[in-house]
Design a protein. Structure first.
Length: 485
């Protein structure tokens, strides 16, 4: 595939997000793990902690929920061949065991079972381009975790030489990096090229992780996280517009805004001056925003790491991503530069202990799970691990479809994407909890915080004002753009 017409996206790895600009703080694991090896043939294999959570949630909803579907909707222009597409997908089902995996209870435990084969057939539809959104909505349906493959695909012909190519799979077998790998491998096979031999499969990793936990090699990491929350878990009092229900709806929306070139340049300069990086600056400012709108000085926000800290995993498809709960203290009397240094240290510590499964931490802390809230944190700061811009595959031109159906798995999530020219910010929220105008005000406030800290990095957090950047911030949010990633 050849990329074209795309800005350079400064996507950073977990290590880079937590490192300083000169790389003096490592972000990778400091623990020598045994290699991941083939697990051999078994009737059942253990599930990873994340898979177990998805399986339990699926049972609670009676298998009728789509909140943990991970659709990938692409617009394809050119002469797209249905038979070649279906052949490529069948090759992927044969190649990747996750697509031939089902989930069930055995011996009182959730387990996964890998099948020798799984029947797969691609859907084909035609509709007017004005009905494309309805086609996408109809395509995303619940999966039965007891039936393989947990993969669905469809081609929708919109007009001559223009199609929707739709993939959907359950989150229990995929994460964002896996989606990116899957897309690249699909088009490689579609073009008739060969893929390298497969090595480790996800079941092998699940067995390895299960043995790693039982061996005690993750005990130091467990102690790190338990110590972080030894004084309890602060509850973030976000300014909800609506009462929080016992069973949460995942319907969401987003407000998309830009920092603007001038502010972006100033933020990069601040990162260089403080020996941090742009994402640490943006994260620290987000904690300041959360403190401003809640009045709290002890805040936990989540982030996501790839979970691929052992080399054997490589481009294996599966659910490897892990969540980290980052606890910081944006106290009113702290100077922003000092707080930024604290965020840098705390983030580096968290990434050094990133291999301890979040779901295990929830269990270890004895947190009662609820369908109405997320354990430990309700907000997240996220840096995407990949971006699929406009690219070509043979004679085809492919781009992401702007899907208006947004699944919000958290109450509030800030996604920041730095390009060479600007910083794109996305505030994603649950529409059952917030009015859009509330999130727009938060977007304005965030831009004001960013403007204030670039004017004076030694400002006291409690004194950070919003007036100086008012007009610039309002312009950025009112000129909202569409930005897919």
């Amino acid at each position: 595939m050849e990329k074209e017409k795309s800005q350079k996206i400064l996507i950073m790895s977990a290590a880079e997000v937590s490192s300083t600009s000169n790389g003096s703080v490592p972000g990778g694991t400091a623990f020598p793990y045994p290699p991941v090896k083939a697990a051999g043939v078994r009737e059942f294999y253990p599930v990873s902690p994340a898979q177990k959570r998805f399986y339990v949630i699926d049972r609670q909803f009676g298998g009728m929920d789509t909140s943990y579907n991970t659709p990938q909707i692409l617009v394809v222009e050119g002469q797209f061949d249905q038979e070649r597409a279906e052949k490529a997908l069948r090759q992927l089902v044969e190649r990747c065991e996750v697509f031939r995996t089902t989930f069930e209870f055995a011996g009182g435990e959730a387990v996964q079972k890998v099948h020798d084969s799984a029947a797969f057939q691609m859907e084909y539809h035609e509709c007017a381009e004005t009905r494309a959104e309805n086609a996408v909505k109809d395509f995303i349906r619940p999966f039965d975790l007891g039936k393989a493959p947990l993969l669905r695909a469809a081609i929708v012909r919109l007009q001559d030489a223009k199609y929707l190519l739709m993939f959907d799979m359950h989150h229990i077998l995929s994460d964002d990096i896996s989606l990116s790998v899957f897309t690249c491998e699909f088009f490689t096979l579609y073009d008739g090229a060969a893929l390298p031999e497969t090595g480790i499969q996800y079941k092998d990793y699940a067995v390895w992780l299960d043995e790693l936990q039982k061996s005690g090699l993750l005990k130091k990491q467990e102690d790190y996280w338990v110590n972080i929350f030894r004084s309890g878990i602060p509850v973030l009092n976000l300014p909800y517009d609506f009462e929080k229900p016992e069973i949460q709806s995942y319907e969401g929306d987003r407000v998309v805004f830009l920092t603007g070139k001038d502010l972006s340049r100033e933020l990069f300069a601040l990162a260089a001056e403080t020996g941090t990086n742009i994402y640490l600056v943006l994260m620290a400012a987000y904690y300041v925003l959360l403190s401003r709108i809640t009045g709290q000085e002890d805040i936990v926000a989540g982030t996501i790491v790839s979970g691929r800290s052992v080399k054997e995993i490589g481009n294996t498809l599966g659910m490897f991503a892990n969540m980290l709960a980052l606890r910081n203290y944006p106290c009113a009397d702290k100077r922003f530069a000092s707080f930024l240094a604290e965020v840098q240290r705390n983030t580096a510590g968290a990434f050094l202990n990133q291999d301890y499964p979040f779901e295990k931490l929830v269990d270890r802390l004895g947190i009662r799970r609820s369908l109405g809230s997320n354990p430990i944190f309700e907000t997240m700061f996220l840096v995407p691990y990949f971006n699929i811009p406009l690219f070509t595959a043979g004679d085809l031109k492919i781009a992401q479809y702007n899907n208006s159906q947004i699944i919000a798995k958290l109450d509030l999530r800030l996604i920041c994407i730095a390009t060479e020219q600007d910083i794109n910010c996305i505030l994603e929220y649950r529409t059952g909890l917030f009015k859009r105008e509330t999130i727009q005000r938060m977007s304005l406030d965030y831009l004001k915080v960013l403007g204030a800290v670039t004017l004076d990095k030694n400002s006291r957090i409690g004194d950070i004002d919003t007036g100086s950047e008012q007009k610039k911030a309002e312009k950025a949010v009112n000129e909202e753009i569409e930005f897919d990633f």
